[in-house]
Design a protein around this ligand. Structure first.
Ligand code: SAM
Length: 232
């Protein structure tokens, strides 16, 4: 059995994903359950925004793993950690988990959520194999309206799980995100409303849902062949 590679924070063998992150996953999952109900608000909902409703953290880990492998293949000499953002991050659990692999950030408009997210960022969570996982920098949570945000082009991975409940507004937000993304960005558009533009292309990753912004169909096909052969 291969060992968890702590040096580059990647897990080579997919079967070991849950093992490697087990304690962190269950801690974050219970944090999501605790945070979910007390924070729902009519004021928030009336603005056409979704309440905090967490996406499956187990599936999310698989998406992260796929995205990481694709980016490492595309940019093997990259020295810095790739930058990740959760657009509408709620209480910040996906940011905390993503920070194990990436330089992770979250955008959230509603302050009651951002307060909880900032507290989570400060928490220490113990991993299965005894290591302390820390993320102390509260600046990772940006109190911003995603519909006005202008820096989506600064990230290597853009993730969202349907922030807005009104389809028209959601489609507008999604187009804003796709347009600003730089070529080569991984996009994980979960439960999106609009049609994806042609240049946001779906990769055949095992977890599904992983897209890349790529204008050249030829280059995309070559990358997707690599994905099919190498990502298991
Ligand atoms: C369905 S939850 C997704 C939570 C988290 N991203 C996940 O995957 O588990 C949608 C989140 O988007 C936030 N949101 C809604 N409108 C927003 C906006 N305009 N700007 C930033 N965040 C927003 C909501 O407050 C909520 O926390």
């Amino acid at each position: 059995m291969k060992q968890f590679n702590d040096r580059d924070h990647s897990i080579k063998n997919r079967k070991m994903l849950k093992w490697g992150y087990g304690a962190l996953l269950s801690a974050l999952e219970s944090y999501e359950h605790q945070s979910y109900y007390p924070l729902n608000s009519d004021e928030h909902r009336n603005k056409g925004r979704y309440d905090y409703q967490p996406y499956s953290i187990n599936w999310f880990l698989h998406h992260l793993h796929d995205a990481h492998q694709v980016l490492k293949y595309l940019r093997p000499d990259e020295k810095k950690k790739f930058k990740f953002v959760d657009i509408g991050c709620g209480v910040g659990t996906k940011v905390k988990l993503a920070n194990a692999l990436f330089d992770a950030h979250g955008i959230e408009v509603w302050e009651p959520y951002t307060e909880v997210a900032k507290e989570l960022m400060k928490k220490k969570i113990v991993r299965n194999h005894g290591k302390i996982y820390e993320l102390k920098d509260t600046n990772r949570i940006l109190v911003e309206d995603a519909t006005k945000f202008e820096n989506y082009g600064n990230y290597d991975i853009l993730y969202f799980f349907r922030p807005l409940s009104e389809p028209e507004k959601e489609i507008k937000l999604e187009n804003r995100i796709y347009q600003q993304a730089k070529p080569g960005t991984i996009v994980i558009p979960l439960w999106h409303d609009g049609d994806l533009p042609e240049y946001i292309r779906p990769l055949s990753c095992p977890s599904g849902e992983i897209h890349i912004k790529m204008h050249s169909k030829k280059k995309f096909d070559a990358l997707n062949e690599w994905v099919k052969e190498n990502l298991t």
